[in-house]
Design a protein around this ligand. Sequence first.
Ligand SMILES: [Zn+2]
Length: 344
Amino acid sequence: MDRQLTQAVPLATSAEALRQVADRYAGWGVTTVHQMAHDYRLGDALRAVEAAKPPIKWTIYGWGWPVRSPADAWLDFAPSRQLPSNVRTGGIKWVLDATPIERDALMCADYSDRPGHRGRSNYSDQQLRAILAQGLSRPQQLALHVAGDGEMARLLTTMEKLAPAGRWRAKRVRIEHGDGLTPDLLPLAKRLGVVVVQNPLHVLPDPDETGRPWLINRLGGERARNFQLLRSLVEGGIPLALGSDAFGDVANPFLNMMFAIKYERNPKEALSREQALSAYTAGAAFAEREERRTGRIAVGMAADMALLSQDVLTVPLASLPATRSLLTVVDGQIVHEDPAIEQR
Ligand SMILES: [Zn+2]
């Protein structure tokens, strides 16, 4: 029903909403957005972005089930019309399992607060192999939503059986969220060259109806400490990018930086400010295989940059979310200018 409703929205309305989102990101100093085209076929999502004419770079990923099955997923990537220079297509996002919130991320052991239940995969072993094999035969990237440690282990061992590690490293498979990339799986993940794109919004110590953080109830304290790793990924040589996985106020990258730097529920996994900033810039560029063109300010790179209202490496942590961009530049063009810059 949702899908029918969203597709009934006129193109101009979607485009206007997207334009507002894009302008908001430019105001935060964001120069590239990755949109996982949830609930839309890729062609429909592209038409809306083209009509929106976002002022910043925009990468769109197709969406697997229920929009597309493993058999027909790549049909949307048939050669099509020329896209605007700041819009590109990534690959496909496949949601391999669910989330631990509703206890449906596939875990290696039972949920602590539901004995006998380990969650589920959305795809059979055969379907997972098909998704991976098709991904290998395509130039685009694979973006795989994986939350549970059971699903992560199944994915990594299937990848290992399907192709040599070198082919996977060249592919640079994106693991979206990657909550279940636990310490024992890090060496294999590193060998296969996967990139983790985590969302700090998900690591908040939000309580469930019991009043305790929901993740601790789902997994127990010991397992929860080895779940949703951040610092251990960086130190273990796993490329890390951070993103919002949300719209609206909570998409603020500086708010999310604060969440990752604080990591209240599991401080040993907190990122340093430099690590968080790097994950949002160079890490994000690496995650989309654009590290030779964007993500750092250096001679020969695209002139994508932002002049921020305060030094995010030194301001008090609580002030971080108030950071805004005074000047955002994409490919050398000013795409956002704060009136305050005139007064400086
Ligand atoms: Zn996801």
